[in-house]
Design a protein around this ligand. Structure first.
Ligand code: THU
Length: 163
């Protein structure tokens, strides 16, 4: 028997002012993009903005539906747009924010992508052949930066399994 360990490091910032300029701009845009979410059922408005390696910006917001399972998260709506609009480019960094309109919490701490989005992000990273950085932050408060999205999905099911 061998025991193995999975671990990864991530960065935690106390405030957006501590981020470098491009990262701060991306998170600020993600915070504002939550206004475009369609979330009448959960009232949990999520917005994501990504920068490609060529400097193009792409936005995604959660889009809910009266038939609940039809709804899509902000991260996957962004990835679909990215793949359609820039099929030959890769995302360098994606910032994800939210505005919880139910709000006891004031949306003041980071959220991280759901399991389904982690799977989608992981495959997008494989396709792009480069790490996809994530900046996670609420409307205020602490910010987490993860240097590669696949770190959030150990033991991922990947395209390699299908060959
Ligand atoms: N949601 C996202 O868009 N991204 C996440 O990372 C977590 C959850 C959406 C799905 C649903 O519309 C609402 O937030 C509440 O779960």
């Amino acid at each position: 028997m061998k025991e193995k360990k999975f671990e990864f490091s991530y960065e935690v910032y106390d405030d957006i002012k501590e981020l470098n300029k491009p990262d701060a701009e991306l998170l600020s845009k993600a915070r504002h993009s939550t206004a475009g979410a369609y979330a009448p059922y959960s009232r949990f408005h999520v917005g994501a903005v990504a920068r490609t390696v060529d400097g193009d910006l792409i936005t995604g917001t959660n889009q809910e539906n009266a038939s609940f399972p039809v709804g899509i998260c902000a991260e996957r709506s962004l990835l679909a747009s990215a793949a359609a609009l820039f099929p030959n480019s890769a995302i360098e960094t994606m910032a994800i924010s939210y505005d919880n309109k139910n709000d006891g919490t004031k949306s003041d701490r980071p959220i991280s992508p759901c399991g389904m989005c982690r799977q989608a992000l992981q495959e997008y990273e494989v396709r792009g052949k480069r790490p996809l950085r994530l900046i996670l932050g609420g409307q205020s408060g602490k910010i987490i930066v993860v240097s590669s999205t696949s770190q959030l999905l150990p033991f991922a099911f990947t395209p390699d399994e299908l060959v």
